[in-house]
Design a protein around this ligand. Structure first.
Ligand code: AMP
Ligand code: MG
Length: 709
């Protein structure tokens, strides 16, 4: 149970007076990331911050949300300290001890240096705490770290070996004085435990399976992303950028990665020292932290046809779409395991060669080719065997070694003879010839060299692509966020199946069909229901759809009739181009922008809506999603039908292949016959020319599989 609805990140401060009124650095900053977005607060005192944090935690509990709250100070001390102080090898015993000794006023005035002196007096020698204003320094609390001796406690925690730049917990004054932050923070952790009881736990000291989980965090893990954010927002303090970046990154982290972060704390750190959440999964955390890159908006005239064009041939309609559209979604970086079916936003190059080393392609015997004389060949075997994943010792000249498929070629081997082609006797192998140099061996990098282009931007990542990228050492992929597409039907006659239907009701066939198509194409459909034939209702539906989506598919109301409100409204209030496409079925295709969001106004007729979506919306949506323009693969096959066709329009016939590999077409071309698109397994495409097709004549057949359905 590691999924959290809210991620709260706190950048703590050990100031002894309230921070300035105007938000400043080195003060307390709080960020909360949740599905609705990200909120930050600035707190002038620790008391204010705690009031805010408790309110957020209580609100989450009331709503049944789970919260992960991260604080940027150590939750524990190096092994040994806890037992020496409290007699128990347990961090919570220290929090409890500090709660009874630390005084921390509402104005930030506090006694931390005196408490540190009291702590140091419990240890022999000088230390372990150090650092304070010079006037306060004495042998109980020196103002220099190197004045300490003989206190007997380790300087750093285990986790700090992974984050060498982190300051040790003993340092109480000047830059990065996490020691003071811990002294003033840990009693606050105890207070949260007291208040929230069974609903709260502190990782890694207990299992993170409560509604509220507290964890130690270290925002510097994400310095690069923080700097990128700060650079893009000059008014933001570094502290605010830090909490925003970390909250966002943890919120985006996949449940598997979050679980891995929790699992990363070693057993030795789980009672006294604690661990930093994110240490151990840095790459995934950094990938989740990269700021999204927002694309430019579409141009208002992206669907405009050249002046004077009114009746558009299909190829010209496709060209106009391809040239006018650009990606509308942001891109980000995700771990490879989350990248299947997402579209690559940048070219990706191989991080390492594949294969990384020359290796054997078969089970057999390896040797240096140049040592072979004339056939038949007899070579003494050297000791041992070369197997995959192991380094074998060099093979002396004139000898052979047993080698297994996938084993790296040992030094002195460039050629492999197949096991079946040899006989083995008395520690020798014998085989005939000829044997080519390099036979049965794969060169290092023969598949892909390090630095070679692996995949190019615009590609939707296939399962095989994930295999390729992993093999070449790539662990994250720059990808576009999925395209959110609204689906809206219009028409007074339409309803969803249910008891309210009458004889004149038409069940809405388009929404289920279009949403399923979008899902098959790996977009994210949003069902926007049915709008009646009423201009205000259609406007409200388009406004709502445009607010949360990257593109809108409407069906119905796209012609120029009285009840065609999509057409009327977009003409009056949007930016629109109505294309009378020279195709059957289809015809009116309305393309426009509503509040900047591209709208595909499809015909209402389900057969026409289906065909127009395959032919026009599919490639266009893929470009909006950041991908390549898609051309369906087609095949020339003999017709199993006869048909006369006048010139002028492209035609798409509902078709399927017969067992003889010929294309048969549906018994009726009636555009109301929805059973035909279900019967069909593809389309026969006839171009705009005149045709007199006889059985056996070649026709172009596009299987539905070519449209990815
Ligand atoms: P329209 O494009 O609005 O003139 O509609 C053309 C034809 O398609 C009319 O017969 C409509 O009733 C029908 N139609 C429109 N939308 C749908 C839909 N979502 N499901 C089924 N039929 C529809
Ligand atoms: Mg209608």
């Amino acid at each position: 149970m590691t999924v959290f609805d809210r991620i709260l990140i706190v950048d703590w401060s050990a100031r002894s007076a309230p921070s300035p009124k105007k938000p400043a650095a080195d003060a307390i900053w709080i960020a909360c990331a949740e599905a609705d977005g990200l909120t930050t607060w600035y707190a002038r005192t620790r008391a204010d911050a705690m009031a805010r944090i408790e309110a957020i935690l209580q609100d989450a509990l009331d709503k049944g949300d789970r919260v992960l709250a991260g604080f940027d100070f150590p939750f524990g001390y190096p092994t040994g300290f806890t037992t020496a102080l409290t007699g128990q090898a347990s961090a919570p015993a220290v929090w409890d001890w500090l709660s009874t000794h630390i005084e921390d006023g509402n104005d930030n005035a506090n006694n931390r240096f005196n408490v540190a002196k009291a702590l140091n007096r419990r240890f022999p020698g000088i230390g372990p705490f150090w650092g304070c204003p010079t006037a306060l320094a004495d042998t109980d609390l020196p103002d220099r770290g190197n004045a300490r001796r003989g206190h007997g406690i380790t300087e750093r925690r285990l986790v700090e070996a992974q984050v060498p730049r982190a300051q040790p917990v003993w340092k109480l004054f000047t830059t990065g004085s996490v020691g003071s932050q811990a002294l003033l923070g840990l009693p606050r952790i105890q207070a949260l435990l007291d208040r929230f009881g069974n609903d709260i736990s502190v990782w890694p000291f207990s299992h993170p399976d409560t509604p509220i989980v507290l964890a130690e965090i270290y925002p510097s893990l994400l310095d690069e992303a923080t700097q990128a954010l700060a650079a893009s927002a000059p008014d933001m303090t570094k502290d605010e950028a830090q909490v925003r970046t970390l909250a966002q990154a943890l919120h985006r982290l996949s449940p598997t990665d979050l679980q891995a972060a929790f699992d990363a704390a070693p057993a030795e750190a789980r009672s006294e020292e604690g661990w930093i959440l994110g240490v151990g999964i840095e790459a995934a955390l950094r990938a989740a932290a990269r700021p999204d890159i927002t694309p430019p908006r579409l141009k208002n005239d992206c669907f405009a046809l050249p002046p004077g064009v009114d009746w558009v041939p299909v190829p010209q309609a496709l060209d106009t779409l391809r040239d006018g559209l650009t990606p509308v979604v942001t891109h980000t970086t995700v771990p490879l395991r989350d990248a299947a079916h997402l579209i690559l936003a940048r070219d990706v190059t191989a991080v390492r060669a594949h294969p990384p080393r020359a290796n054997a392609a078969v089970d057999g015997y390896g040797f240096a080719h140049e040592t072979l004389g004339d056939a038949p060949h007899i070579l003494p075997l050297t000791q041992g065997a070369a197997a995959a994943g192991r380094d074998a010792p060099p093979v002396p000249t004139g000898r052979a070694i047993r080698i297994l498929t996938g084993a790296a070629l040992p030094a002195g081997v460039d050629t492999v003879v197949l096991e079946e082609d040899t006989t083995v006797q008395d520690g020798h192998i014998a085989f005939g010839g000829p044997v080519r140099k390099g036979a049965n061996a794969r060169d290092a990098g023969e598949d892909l060299a390090a630095g070679a282009s692996a995949l190019t931007a615009g590609r939707r990542l296939t399962p095989a692509d994930l295999g390729l990228l992993t093999a070449t050492g790539v662990s994250t992929a720059p990808v576009f966020q999925p395209l959110n597409v609204a689906v809206l039907s219009t028409g007074d006659e339409l309803a969803d199946p249910g008891p309210k239907s009458t004889e004149t009701t038409i069940f809405d066939a388009n929404r289920p069909m279009l949403t399923a198509l979008l899902r098959a194409w790996h977009h994210t459909p949003h069902d926007c229901g049915i709008a009646p034939d009423d201009r205000n209702a259609v406007r409200a539906a388009l406004d709502a759809a445009a607010k949360d989506n990257d593109a809108i598919l409407t069906s119905g109301g796209a012609s120029a009739g009285d009840e065609d409100h999509i057409s009327a409204l977009m003409t009056a209030e949007g930016s629109v181009a109505t294309w009378r496409v020279a195709m059957k079925p289809g015809r009116p295709l309305l393309l426009g922008l509503w509040n900047g969001v591209p709208v595909f106004g499809l015909p209402g007729n389900p057969v026409a809506a289906f065909v127009c979506t395959l032919i026009f919306a599919r490639p266009a949506l893929n470009v909006l999603a950041g991908g390549d323009w898609l051309m369906p693969q087609s095949f020339t096959v003999p017709a199993a039908f006869a048909k006369r066709k006048k010139p002028g329009r492209h035609e798409y016939l509902r078709a399927r292949l017969t067992p003889h590999g010929t294309a048969e077409v549906f018994k009726s071309e009636g555009s109301g016959r929805i059973s035909g698109i279900s019967w069909a397994e593809g389309l026969v495409e006839l171009d705009a020319g005149e045709r007199d097709i006889k059985p056996g004549d070649p026709v172009r057949y596009i299987p539905f599989a070519s449209f990815g359905i």
